[in-house]
Design a protein. Structure first.
Length: 67
């Protein structure tokens, strides 16, 4: 899992069929103290998070499939 802060949303005219109906967020990884830890990533939003909120991003295959 990655701790991150939502910095924006992604607008797409064409999506992979598995992503249709899901909102995409731009998330910047952060450390426990809030410091930036890497480049932004795109994540599927399952919790209706908003810009500025701190989120956990799952990257492991099995955990992601269970969600």
């Amino acid at each position: 899992m990655i701790l991150g802060r939502v910095v924006g949303t992604v607008t797409s005219t064409i999506k992979h069929p598995d992503h249709v109906g899901w909102r995409l967020l731009v998330v910047r990884p952060i450390g426990a103290g809030g410091e930036v830890k890497g480049d932004p990533i795109v994540a599927i939003d399952t919790t209706q998070a908003g810009v500025g909120e701190t989120v956990l991003v799952m990257r492991e295959g099995n955990g992601v499939r269970q969600i």
